[in-house]
Design a protein around this ligand. Structure first.
Ligand code: GNR
Ligand code: NI
Length: 168
């Protein structure tokens, strides 16, 4: 799903636990993310309104290190902030510098349904916060000025129109 799409603004539902069905979904999401390519993907981006996220911020050349986060919750955010140029698979071709807490601690269920805590900094911390925003219907453009945000939405609407015209 790409912005503007009302689905992306919905709040996702927590899961009761991790079963094989959910593990299948998480494996599909990981494949979709690697193919995109992206460093994170929330289920809502493929139209599934559940609190599930996959992330892999490892370098292209190195070993893969996928992370599966079910019902992720940020339990700590640092006062110190950092800024990254963010992109989003739901905002194709759009990038902006976004300031967020530099470090965070996230609590979640892992691939096996085990409760875990993870301390994150750098790009991983930014990515976790970006993905948890998706679960709450929030996109990175929501942090920009009204003018910048509306310019991006206008561009995305135009992109969609031109794609649809070719199809018709
Ligand atoms: O692939 C992605 N790159 C990225 C870069 C900086 C900050 C966040 C991200 S996440 C994004 C994939 C995506 O849209 N996940 O929801
Ligand atoms: Ni995104």
């Amino acid at each position: 799903m790409t912005e503007p799409d009302p689905i992306l603004r919905k709040k996702c539902e927590p899961l009761e636990g991790v079963n094989d069905h959910l593990r299948n979904l998480m494996n599909d999401m990981l494949e979709t993310m690697y193919e995109a390519p992206g460093i994170g993907l929330a289920a809502i981006q493929i139209g599934v309104l559940k609190r599930v996220v996959v992330i892999d911020v490892s370098k292209k050349e190195g070993e893969k290190s996928p992370l599966f986060l079910v019902n992720p919750e940020i339990v700590y955010k640092s006062n110190e902030t950092s800024t990254y140029e963010e992109g989003c698979l739901s905002l194709p071709g759009q990038f902006a510098e976004i300031e967020r807490p530099a470090e965070c601690k996230v609590e979640y269920l892992d691939f096996n349904g085990k409760k875990k805590q993870l301390d994150a900094k750098g790009l991983l911390s930014t990515c976790i916060q970006h993905e948890i925003d998706h679960l709450n219907g929030v996109l990175f453009i929501d942090y920009l000025s009204k003018l910048k945000k509306s310019m991006i939405i206008k561009k995305l609407k135009k992109q969609k129109q031109s794609v649809e015209r070719i199809v018709v």
